[in-house]
Design a protein around this ligand. Structure first.
Ligand code: SF4
Length: 462
């Protein structure tokens, strides 16, 4: 079992798989090189981005993420402004101080290779890193291959090629209520008499003190809410050249003045504005929480802000903790049984999963039974099956920002539908997760974070 806190990570935009993961990989590579003694001998570093990382790497800011990781930045703690300045100084100076190692000459054009023609077998987001003892040497002294497997998770080639291993996480902990499927989760709730929230908490207790888990969940909530606030407050054009205007601040101003407040549809406006605020921040490289990914980071915060906070936006901790624990439990099912990577599953694996998690979490906040919570999660995914990933210009902006707004409204509706039914309905959550997985495998690579199909080819990016 993974921890729910593995799923919700504080990181930088615009992409968990193409920004957060590569940054973590670069730093991990240098730690391994240091352990083996090769780092101190390095005179050059080379990073080869493979598959989807190469095809949408520039738009997703992968080059910047790699450089920041090599400089020793962590996505969790990096100050976006300081990181931006360090990145530009590296490019300008053409030199890079390797984390815990020597300074080397560095050219982003020469030393970051984009191999979109290489489709790695283990996962479409491959990254090979090499150290050379001499600036002109062709044979590396140290080389490793890693994969960014979605949601900021990373895996080494060695680990991913061994069944039952996978991502680099602390998997030594035995959860007392370990579950590998939604059916097992329901059965454990039934046998123990625990709600999903309590069961998740008992599992987390094996990893850390209860108060630490709750404090970390509160930190996640606060980071989500701070992101919404920044997004509601920041005007301007998003970076990347698509000239996409931030829309959340203007809509928020309208809503605050009370325009349209009596319209029944005002609910949609509030959900939309919160989701767009987060995704506009994400597109600008701001601080967001992977929920479960950066591209889909707006849905959970929007639902949390609207349904788990008071009228002044102050979080009601009992509600926010319940929401995140249940949504996190559902997210773990997708992570463990399928994938949350757009490069593997298309957008159904990002926005679809976030919608499903939010629906289940909201149903729990509304007092649903475990069966109803998982029914909500099932409905949240069922109507996102087949959703493709085709970001225009390789940027996490169109369709991603609006797609989060739509996904938020869908999640609330899914929770409503589930509350009005007794049992789980015709389709189980396990069946819909397996359907998502099979659909993702069958989907053409054009629609899996490569920007080679769909809107990405029909909308001219310049
Ligand atoms: S289309 Fe969906 S999966 Fe693709 S980058 Fe945008 S949010 Fe992520």
């Amino acid at each position: 079992m993974l921890s729910v806190l593995d799923l919700f990570r504080v990181g930088m935009g615009p992409s968990s798989s193409h920004t957060v993961g590569p940054m973590r990989i670069a730093k991990r590579f240098l730690r391994e090189a240091s352990k083996t003694g090769f780092l101190s001998q390095a005179a050059r570093v080379e990073v080869e981005l493979q598959g989807s990382l190469a095809l949408t790497g520039v738009g997703h800011g992968t080059d910047k993420a790699v450089i920041l990781g090599l400089l020793g930045y962590d996505p969790e703690t990096a100050d976006p402004d300081a990181a931006e300045a360090a990145f530009h100084s590296t490019i300008r100076e053409k030199s890079l101080a390797l984390y815990n190692g020597p300074g080397v000459a560095f050219s982003a054009v020469k030393d970051i290779l984009y191999r979109g023609d290489l489709v790695p077998e283990l996962h479409p987001n491959g990254m090979a890193l090499r150290l050379f003892a001499d600036a002109d040497a062709s044979e590396p002294i140290f080389e490793r291959v890693y994969y960014s497997t979605g949601g900021g998770f990373i895996a080494s080639a060695r680990r991913l090629s061994r069944p039952a291993k996978g991502d680099v996480v602390d998997d030594r902990v035995r959860s007392p209520h370990a579950f590998g499927s939604a059916a097992e989760l329901l059965s454990l709730c039934d046998q123990s008499g625990l709600s999903i929230r309590r069961l998740m908490l008992v599992n987390e207790d094996q990893r850390r003190a209860r108060e630490d888990t709750l404090a970390q969940l509160d930190h996640i909530t606060d980071t989500m809410l701070a992101c919404i606030d920044r997004g509601l407050d920041t005007e301007g054009i998003l970076p990347g050249g698509l000239e996409v205007k931030r829309r959340a601040p203007e809509l928020y101003r309208k809503l605050k003045t009370g325009a349209g407040v009596n319209e029944r549809e005002a609910l949609f406006d509030w959900l939309n504005v919160y989701a767009m605020a987060v995704n506009e921040e994400n597109a600008a490289g701001g601080r967001v929480v992977t929920a479960p990914t950066n591209g889909a980071a707006g849905i959970l915060p929007a639902v949390l802000r609207h349904y788990c906070c008071d009228d002044d936006g102050v979080p009601v901790r009992a509600k926010t903790q319940r929401f995140l624990l249940v949504a996190g439990g559902i997210g773990l099912l997708y992570k463990q049984r399928a994938s949350i990577s757009g490069a593997e599953m298309g957008c159904q694996g990002e926005v679809g999963v976030a919608c499903s998690m939010a629906a289940g979490g909201l149903a729990a906040v509304w007092g649903a039974t475990p069966v109803q919570c998982l029914a909500a999660a099932e409905i949240g995914m069922e109507h996102n099956l087949g959703l493709t990933c085709d970001p225009v210009g390789g940027l996490v902006q169109v369709p991603c920002i609006e797609r989060n707004a739509i996904g938020t409204v869908k999640a609330v509706n899914a929770a409503r539908l589930a509350l009005h039914q007794e049992g789980q309905g015709k389709v189980s959550l396990d069946q819909v997760i397996e359907t998502m997985r099979q659909t993702g495998l069958d989907m053409s690579s054009k629609y899996k974070e490569t920007s080679q199909g769909g809107l990405a080819v029909n909308v001219v990016a310049c």
